[in-house]
Design a protein around this ligand. Structure first.
Ligand code: G3H
Length: 481
């Protein structure tokens, strides 16, 4: 509610995934701590958001779009002045390369400015009147209420803001909990929130999600759940809401994006895109390529080239230039990835590249696993790490069946230089996933494109314009002409 709490309670110590040598040995570096709010404080924050919304009569939802944009603009200026520290915190908290941490920050600022422009466009359209059958009406975009925003650790700033900013600027009030890995980086922004928006409009809670969020949902005071993260968490939380039919959910969830590499593909291009698609930021992207289907006629050639190109991928500390593989953010992740590789080996696959799958502190050396088959974890589970599972196929119907039968439906990459193959597969694929990429890796951007998915991968659509629509409703004001 616009006030910082002086905290005497429990705190969480934050250790970076980046290990540092000291006299006691090589260990994760301690980089700070944050308070662990209890249910009591988080309910107060929720009540502040409810009061600031005040059934849509509050100061913020009643403001004109120009006024809200002015507040957001003011906030963004303050945020830009904190860039150096925020970028360093992204790097230290999640091990993202310094270059990519910078990109994450810049992309977020660009996203905010694009959102402001899109909102101006929407507002201009809303000022028009239309007449139908003797009724004159103005169609407006109205807010939905209190939005609970939670982003993921892999894009802690960017993906939190891809829901928080559009929700906020549409006139909703916000309760937001930073991701567990990626909390400290919001500290430099707390004062900016406090001084740029009216009291109670943006409320930040630091705490353990599993301890505080269930009660927030049970209160029935959350109107929109905006979560980018795990499908299971989203489903569990939705069920706790006492009036689930009144809850709007905007969700970006699990994915197991497949690449399908046809025998007529440009193999060099497919190799390059597979490497970037599967390994950038250690494969810790919801859009990463997580399983690669290759026509058996070209699979040997593909694997040789993939192996050779993989050797050029740089493994190192996040501040080193040109680095792709950096320490993994989650402490248990190297062990989980190792289990996946061992499971694949037990079912007959091998790691075909030297050092693939080795663990060193929080590093996991990228592994190409071949041949992956249906029995293996890597066929089904979203590894969210630097493993490239390769599946050979005899008939292109096999990967298409995989996509159809998958519980995920975010994106697919199709590689072929045969127009007939491409055109015949677009319809079946686009009816299963949110985006089909032809001869390129999967990705979310550019951020003006709709970002969504089907089945367990998403609910609602994000992107600049779509998010503004998602966090509002079209209401009309009508009278007889
Ligand atoms: O982790 C999920 C993100 O939406 C991925 O975004 O494709 O821009 O890396 P990206």
């Amino acid at each position: 509610n616009g006030e910082m709490i002086v905290w005497n309670g429990e705190v969480s110590e934050v250790y970076s995934p980046i290990c540092i040598k000291t006299v006691e040995g090589t260990n994760r570096k301690r980089i700070g701590s944050y308070p662990l709010a209890t249910v009591v404080e988080s309910q107060k924050a929720l009540d502040a958001a409810v009061a600031a919304y005040d059934y849509g009569k509050g100061e913020w939802p009643s403001m004109s779009v120009e006024q809200r944009i002015e507040c957001l603009d003011n906030f963004t200026q303050k945020m830009i002045s904190k860039k150096d520290i925020i970028v360093k915190l992204i790097m230290w908290e999640i091990g993202k390369s310094f270059a990519d941490s910078n990109k994450e920050f810049d992309r977020t600022v660009e996203y905010i400015y694009d959102t402001i422009q899109a909102l101006k466009d929407i507002d201009r359209d809303s000022s028009r009147f239309q007449i139908e059958q003797g009724i004159i009406a103005q169609v407006r975009r109205a807010p939905l209420g209190v939005v609970l925003c939670m982003g993921p650790f892999n894009y802690p700033l960017n993906e939190t803001f891809t829901t928080l900013i559009p929700a906020l600027v549409m006139g909703n009030t916000i309760l937001f909990k930073p991701p567990k890995h990626g909390t400290l980086l919001f500290s430099p922004l707390l004062e900016a929130f406090q001084t740029s928006f009216p009291k109670g409009v943006v409320n930040t809670i630091y705490g353990r999600g599993n301890k505080i969020v269930p009660d927030l949902m049970k209160s029935g005071k959350i109107d929109v759940l905006a979560l980018i993260g795990s499908s299971k968490v989203a489903n569990d939380l939705k069920k706790l809401h006492p009036k689930v039919n009144r809850l709007r959910a905007i969700l970006g969830l699990d994915a197991k994006n497949a690449a399908i590499i046809d025998k007529k593909a440009d193999i060099n291009l497919a190799v390059q895109e597979t490497l970037i698609g599967a390994l950038s930021f250690n494969g810790q992207r919801c859009t990463a390529l997580k399983i690669i289907f290759v026509d058996r006629n070209i699979v040997e050639d593909f694997l040789e080239k993939l192996k050779a190109e993989l050797q050029k991928i740089k493994i190192g500390m996040p501040w080193e230039s040109g680095v792709t593989i950096t320490p993994l953010a989650e402490i248990n992740k190297p062990q989980y990835l190792n289990d996946c590789v061992e499971d694949a080996k037990a079912h007959g696959a091998t790691v075909i590249n030297e050092n693939g799958g080795e663990i060193c502190e929080s590093f996991f050396y990228p592994a190409i696993v071949y041949p992956v088959t249906k029995e293996m974890k890597l066929y089904r589970e979203e590894q969210f790490g630097p493993i490239i599972p390769v599946v050979p196929y005899d008939n292109i119907e096999e990967p298409i069946e995989y996509v159809i039968n998958s519980s995920h439906g975010q994106q697919v990459s199709l590689f072929s230089n045969d127009d007939t193959v491409i055109t015949s597969l677009i319809a079946p694929l686009v009816n299963q996933v949110g985006r089909v990429n032809i001869n390129s890796q999967c990705q979310r951007g550019p951020d003006n494109f709709p970002f969504t998915g089907r089945k367990d991968s998403a609910e609602g659509t994000l992107s600049v314009k779509d998010a503004l629509r998602s966090f509002s409703i079209r209401s009309i004001v009508a009278t007889k002409a």
